[in-house]
Structures are given as structure tokens and as C-alpha cells.
Ligand binder design. Sequence first.
Ligand SMILES: O=C(O)c1ccccc1N[C@@H]1O[C@H](COP(=O)(O)O)[C@@H](O)[C@H]1O
Length: 210
Amino acid sequence: MRTRIKICGLTREADIDAAVKAGVDALGFVMWPGSKRALTPERLEQLSARVPPFVTRVGLFVDQAPDLIAECAPWLDMLQFHGEEPPEACELYGMSWLKALRMRDDIDLHEQASRYHRARGLLLDAYRPGVPGGTGEVFDWSRVPADLALPVILAGGLSPENIVQAVHQVTPYGVDVSGGVEASAGVKDHDLIQAFIGGVQTADVTPATR
Ligand SMILES: O=C(O)c1ccccc1N[C@@H]1O[C@H](COP(=O)(O)O)[C@@H](O)[C@H]1O
């Protein structure tokens, strides 16, 4: 099965066009105001209108107010909860959702998969204390169990340089990238987007060499 691709932190129409042209499956919109990629609901509405059918629009939230999430919901297909939201908080909107988990040393992914069993997938990101995500850091991919009960979306420091190795080693359902396709902080680069998606496609059709 081919590896699904999400690019996160879109802020410009031209970047959406470039990602769609390159073959992206999902686009992430960061609604957490602490991010350099943060959008207002008004800007989300504008960018959302640019996304063609069959490309999934994912809204990223970090422990945010239900009112804000509900305000954004009409412009989204899926929610990504990147904070400490309990399962009940993720269920409030009647929408598909992903739970992001940061890979602390003591995390038990099987336990988390059971806790968040209504999620459409678990997005695994690097852990840095005090930062909810988007750190550009890689975690030890050997910590991802092959038998998790939910689809795994691998994230954290992915880039055109490491994506073939990542897909070969983890064989995730999907991958998610933000900083690895930016030429400068928060600004997407079209060549890097194309190289990243090309890397996933290459990994999908080449055998892993170890
Ligand atoms: O992108 C952000 O600014 C962000 C802010 C808060 C939480 C998560 C965020 N992004 C997500 O982090 C991972 C990894 O990003 P990177 O590739 O390491 O830069 C990714 O899932 C983004 O969706």
C-alpha cells in the first residue's frame, strides 16, 4: 500500500498549489497561536477554499477552546489534536480526528492506542519539554511498534534527506512533515515539497536495504 503524505503548516495559496501538484494527500493548517505557522479562522477559510476535492484539510490544535475549534470546523475535513486533549475532548465535534503523541521516554504506545481507540490514527512526533510539536527533531524510529492497533503517521524532523530511510524502516500508514520542507522558518519551499513527496514515492517502490 502506498504511504500517505501530509504536509503541515501551510500559510500561502501558492504552497497549497505546489503540494497538490506534487501529489500530497493531506494539508495541515496550524490554528495554535504559538506557532510561526499560525492562521486566524478567517485566513483558514481563505486557504481552505484553495484545496481541491479529495485532498484532506487537517486543522491542528493544541489544547484549545471548543468554541475556536467549532468555528474552524466548517473549513476542515479532519482535526489533529497535538496537546494533552483527553479522548472525550477529541470527540466533541462529530469529525474524524488524529491524536498526536510526543515520544517521551516513558510512553506506552499500546496503552495510548487503547485510550484513543476512536482516533483515525496516531501521529507520532518527537518530544521536547515545553514545546508541543513542530520542533524539527527526529526520535528513535525503532521505538515504533509494528503491531499498533491504529494507523501510524510518522512525524518529527522528516525531510527529503531522511524520508526514504524513514519509510523503509517504519513502514507507517502515513508521514507528516513541516519544517523539513521549509527554506526558512515557517516558509514552505516548493522544490523541497517536491523532493519530499518524490522521496516517499521512491521508498514505496524500492526495497529497503539494511
Ligand atoms: O507546526 C507547528 O508549528 C506545530 C506547532 C505545535 C504543534 C505541532 C506543530 N506541528 C506538527 O509537528 C509535527 C512535526 O513537525 P516537523 O516536521 O518536525 O517540523 C508535524 O506533525 C506538524 O504537524
